[in-house]
Design a protein around this ligand. Structure first.
Ligand SMILES: [Zn+2]
Length: 384
């Protein structure tokens, strides 16, 4: 990309940098939000799995995944400490190192930063996501809006794939922009038919980061966190998102053994909030963020959440992996232990976008996804 980039593109990006810098309020917000990602309200906690059906001996759809967890310790971990490269990119810009396009930034990094700044300074960005209370928004409508007007705007390639089981249901985004989404439908299958598997709602960017759309059920009583993390997750059942995260991390490790670290994220989003989950399939470490609000009380987009989402959707370039503290304390999620009977499925036999012959996906009802589990005969070890 660095060598083949057009002059026009480069100039456009420099304009974004300069325009943003001239807006003192925006610059202050960016500075404060970067600081907030190092604070307690954005902090992550480490999870330990209590049991799971990842190695049940038959295929289990993600929507039926069971993965109850508890918090590992009272300790919280800085969100931005997982993204030292992301922090460095934003800090360098804030500190006004003059020539952004030469020494300090590769053109790829500049491209990522310009996407963030353009989104942060777009005064109309929230409009496509705001919903008139009288409008009956379905889960599919919301999935499209988030993919088209939120996540893809922050990712390096702007590309995204929507689960093609909804192919006939939506041809255009319904926010009023009238834009076609037909070309974004595709096979979003992920996993292995003998273990956890299914079709994710959205895959974002060239790293195909999964986004799971969840309902708005209240937090179950007695779930995992103590009171020092305000809101912990979006729906009554985060197990699905945890299963996606674990499978996606193993898949990336298999597909990209060249990665410097295997701390891989997954996003769960509701109509109001976004949660981030991370799993390191090399060191068996599982992390959960608090819920980040999509909107401010005045209906504008929450910029702290935008910054966090930017880091996560571009994890391939900005995530630095687990911290030394996590490594030294030998925290383990214990997925390896609970899935030991079928761990080879996860280590060696996961795939993406290959479909599952045995899976029947039922039509989604608004906000409540219920899928049939593909229980069948136990899979023989030799078949795996
Ligand atoms: Zn739209």
């Amino acid at each position: 990309m660095a060598t083949g980039e057009s002059v026009a593109k480069k100039l456009k990006r420099e304009c974004v940098f300069e325009r943003f810098r001239l807006n003192h309020e925006e610059m202050e917000d960016l500075k404060n939000n970067l600081k907030s990602l190092d604070g307690k309200n954005s902090a992550l906690c480490l999870l330990k799995i209590l049991s799971c059906n990842a190695a049940a001996g038959y295929g289990v759809l993600f929507s039926m995944a069971a993965c109850p967890t508890e918090r590992q310790s009272a300790e919280l971990h800085s969100f931005i400490s997982l993204f030292t490269r992301g922090k460095q990119v934003v800090s360098s810009y804030i500190e006004n190192r003059d020539n952004l396009t030469t020494n300090d930034y590769s053109s790829y990094t500049s491209n990522l930063l310009s996407k963030l700044l353009a989104f942060l300074s777009d005064k109309d960005a929230a409009e496509s996501l705001q919903v008139n209370p009288s409008y009956k928004l379905t889960e599919i409508d919301w999935t499209v809006r988030l993919a088209h007007h939120y996540f893809s705007r922050l990712s390096a390639t702007s590309s995204y794939t929507l689960d093609n089981h909804h192919h006939a249901e939506k041809l255009f985004c319904d926010c009023g922009c009238g834009e076609s989404i037909i070309e974004h439908y595709g096979d979003t299958s992920l996993g292995n038919g003998a273990g956890w598997h299914g079709y994710v709602d959205i895959l974002i960017g060239n790293s195909e980061l999964p986004v799971v759309i969840q309902g708005e059920s209240p937090v179950s009583p007695g779930r995992r966190h103590s009171t020092d993390v305000k809101k912990n997750y979006l729906g009554s059942d985060p197990d699905q998102a945890l299963a996606w995260t674990i499978v996606f991390s193993f898949l990336q490790k298999k597909l990209h053994p060249e990665y410097k670290n295997f701390l891989i994220p997954c996003i769960a989003a509701s109509k109001k909030d976004i949660c981030f989950y991370f799993y390191d399939s090399k060191h068996d470490i599982l992390l959960e963020s608090p819920a980040f609000p999509i909107f401010n009380p005045d209906k504008s987009l929450n910029k702290l959440t935008l910054l966090a989402t930017w880091c996560v959707v571009n994890y391939k370039y900005l995530c630095s992996g687990i911290t030394d503290t996590m490594m030294e304390n030998d925290y383990k999620a214990e997925f390896f232990k609970h899935a030991s009977a079928r761990i080879s499925i996860y280590r060696d036999s996961l795939s993406i976008s290959r479909g599952f012959e045995t899976v029947k996906r039922t039509r989604l009802e608004p906000w409540h996804m219920k899928c049939e589990v593909t229980h069948g005969k136990p899979v023989d070890e030799e078949q795996i």
